[in-house]
Design a protein around this ligand. Structure first.
Ligand code: BEZ
Length: 276
């Protein structure tokens, strides 16, 4: 019988290089570093196979797979069961969520070796043998194999994968531009100039400019700039045929007016449309 200390591990911190491992999965053995090489990746864990909330989450991720692929993110799930159990469960997941295909690997971790390595275990959730189950952990890993974001939910609360896509959009944007994204930001919204950038440097970095918001303290730390990698002007500045411009203009008005009705992941299409 393993003691609880055998399941304890140092939690991964933001900026840590994630550990490598080899493990069996529903798509055969996975060498983690090889699998994620050069890509963004999301590794997310589940308490147990054949449990209701997990079934809904894995189906939702199946439907979101094209959105992860569009962002160049490799998707890997983990649950504390063996591959035979995982494979038996996939039919239920796909039947519960219409249209869902579990087109990503589910890692097997019956001994909790990986869960301990990644600090995913929830001491409050115990299986029938008295062994801790994994919490609902989300690890978003950059192409440099460093941990960029982690979220930990208890077994009783399912995750919001719209939010996971939203944070990936923010992480990928802020990795490349000197901006931060404000509360409830979505692709196409204004961004904030990071505090460490001087006004002079910001003027050079952001050709579209930035506005400084006046606040009672008189300090000039809230500086807004259009999202740097969305070219809102391209429709009027790129030479096109008159017919082409007309069609694009009509579509742009339609898409812009639809914005409030689009789910966050669809806004990426909006954004691609504008950068096209
Ligand atoms: C679930 O996935 O529904 C679940 C798993 C473990 C504990 C509670 C809920």
């Amino acid at each position: 019988m393993q003691t609880s200390t055998e399941f304890e591990a140092m939690a991964l911190k933001l900026g840590d290089t994630v550990p490598d491992f080899t493990a069996d999965s529903t798509e055969g053995p996975i060498e983690f570093y090889k699998y994620i090489e050069g890509s963004w990746a999301i590794l997310f864990s589940h308490p147990n196979d054949f449990t209701p909330v997990c079934t809904t989450e894995l189906g939702a991720v199946g439907n979101f797979l094209p959105e992860f692929e569009k962002r160049g993110v490799k998707v890997i799930a983990l649950s504390c069961n063996d591959v035979v159990s995982h494979k038996g469960w996939i039919g239920d997941i796909e039947s519960y969520t219409p249209g869902a295909k579990v087109g990503y690997p589910i890692l097997a971790d019956p001994t909790r070796e990986l869960a301990v390595k990644f600090g995913m275990l929830d001491p409050d959730e115990i299986d029938s043998k008295g062994i801790p189950l994994t919490a609902r952990a989300v690890f978003i890993i950059g192409p440099d194999k460093k941990l960029k974001l982690s979220i930990l939910y208890p077994a009783t609360t399912g995750r919001n994968f719209h939010e996971v896509l939203r944070v990936i959009d923010s992480l990928q944007l802020t990795a490349n531009f000197s901006v931060a994204t404000p509360v409830n930001w979505n692709v196409g919204d204004k961004c904030m100039v990071i505090p460490s950038l001087s006004n002079e440097a910001a003027t050079l970095k952001f050709p579209k400019g930035f506005e400084t918001v006046e606040v009672p303290s008189g300090r000039s730390y809230i500086r807004l700039t259009p999202q740097p990698n969305v070219d809102w002007e391209c429709l009027s500045t790129t030479p096109q045929s008159d017919v082409g411009v007309g069609i694009l203009h009509f579509l742009s008005i339609f898409v812009a007016n639809s914005e409030f009705f689009l789910a966050p992941e669809c806004k990426t299409m909006h954004f691609f449309f504008y950068t096209w």
